[in-house]
Design a protein around this ligand. Structure first.
Ligand code: AMP
Length: 424
């Protein structure tokens, strides 16, 4: 019989990776608390229609990457490919997203896209995202960027990420620009690759995003959205840049940054790294002022961004930013039948006496030597030994493994107090 494997592009996160994940997740949680963002938890499955109406029908995600299926009632459902559409749906459904009200949310969890898997690009991956509803000025754009900058500082990643920003203008200015692009690329049709030809009529902005080096010159020479910008978007972008500069944030304006989802307008940004090969974006976001109304809510401006957790973890691992090894205080060695018989009674009493005590009790038997090897591998600070001798005398032997001090015997009655003074 063949052995079963995980679905291609979907990976297991194993104990050796978890310290990095735990550190990142805790840092994000602390940061969101500090900036006043509340957590929301949303379904992993939504109606397919939600994504068609939000992400846009002519995007890579909707055209070829969604995990969609009919449920038993024949309704088309989709494993969420991103978190913004569900956030907006929930905000409208619960009457939370209203004009003149501000909501600041964050969410985390797996996302699903049927992409070509490679390092840093998976079919199930994890995002932590932020959404802010009800604020239209560039100040909130700056806050999201500052929050993200602080994350890099807290994780020791500031020197390996760079911020790129752009503005996509209003839907009207995008429309004008779109036509200019179609005209320009149509005139150079013979130089376009297959992907770009497909995008030409349907989503020409995405050609600007092409990674094909043969198109670099052509794209460099393309019309610039900035030349078709409406005055308000121009002012918004100028203020954004001034405020970023005022806050000492280094950034590059990348006029070709367009993002792969249709709902964005005005400010878009990406934090990139050159440490992870082709998958350079570690976090990305932008404004989506029209989306709430588009999905049936009132007209409420909004902005969001999402962190690609696998990529941030890869950066932490790449830089050797090692999290502290999980600490074990005590490893309990139980040698002989008598010790095993009284073992749990004693160790449970010690757990009562020292709340939070990190204690591993040897299970599965083994010789003294084998148990000590396990104790060592657990990185425990102390070994507590219970053998035939100890049971008879009603004592334990306390042996320092990673601490100073002599080995000594402690009466059972005193073990709780002793562990409390050592580890409490
Ligand atoms: P997006 O929702 O496309 O704006 O992506 C936001 C962030 O999620 C990106 O900057 C990446 O860091 C991460 N990301 C997107 N797609 C994937 C994927 N297939 N695998 C791993 N990370 C991804």
């Amino acid at each position: 019989m063949s052995t079963l494997q995980a679905v291609r592009g979907m990976h297991d996160i194993l104990p050796e990776d978890m310290p990095y994940w735990a550190r990142l997740e805790q840092t994000l949680r602390d940061l969101f608390d500090a900036y006043g963002y509340s957590e929301v938890r949303l379904p992993i499955v939504e109606k397919t229609e939600l994504f068609l109406r939000s992400i846009g029908e002519v995007t890579d995600i909707v055209e070829k990457e969604m995990y969609s299926f009919d449920d038993r009632n024949g309704e088309s459902l989709t494993l969420r490919p991103e978190g913004t559409a569900g956030s907006v749906r929930a905000g409208i459904e619960h009457g939370l997203v209203q004009p003149q009200q501000t909501h600041k949310w964050w969410y985390s969890g797996p996302m699903f896209r049927h992409e070509r898997p490679q390092k840093g690009r998976y079919r199930q991956f994890h995002q932590v995202g932020i959404e802010v509803f009800g604020l239209e000025g560039p100040d909130i754009d700056v806050e999201l960027i500052l929050l993200t900058r602080r994350l890099w500082q807290m994780l020791g990643l500031s020197t390996v990420v760079q911020l790129e920003i752009n503005t996509l203008g209003s839907p009207e200015s995008r429309h004008t620009f779109r036509q200019l692009l179609v005209d320009y690329f149509s005139a150079h049709r013979d130089r376009l690759d297959e992907d770009s030809l497909r995008r030409l009529e349907r989503n020409p902005l995405r050609i600007l995003d092409s990674k094909n080096p043969d198109l670099k010159d052509l794209i460099e020479g393309a019309p610039r959205l900035h030349d078709s910008l409406d005055d308000e978007s121009r002012a918004h972008f100028a203020q954004l840049q001034a405020m970023l500069a005022g806050a000492g944030v280094a950034f590059v304006v990348n006029p070709h940054l367009v993002r792969g989802l249709d709902y964005y307008n005005r400010t878009v940004f990406e934090w990139k790294t050159d440490r992870l090969g082709a998958q350079a974006a570690v976090a990305a976001g932008g404004r989506y002022d029209g989306l709430v109304a588009q999905l049936g809510g009132k007209s409420v401006p909004a902005i969001g961004c999402a962190f690609g957790m696998e990529r941030v973890v890869a950066l932490l691992q790449d830089l050797g930013v090692a999290p502290a090894v999980a600490q074990v205080d005590v490893y309990v060695v139980l040698a002989g039948d008598a010790a095993v018989r009284v073992g749990f009674q004693l160790t449970e009493a010690w757990r009562d006496a020292v709340p939070g005590l990190r204690m591993v009790v040897n299970c599965g038997g083994g010789s003294f030597k084998a148990q000590f090897r396990r104790a060592d591998r657990s990185h425990a600070r102390w070994a507590v030994i219970l053998g035939e001798d100890e049971v008879q005398k009603q004592v334990i032997t306390l042996k320092p493994l990673r601490e100073q001090g002599e080995q000594r015997q402690v009466a059972w009655m005193m073990v709780g107090a002793t562990l409390k003074s050592l580890c409490g």
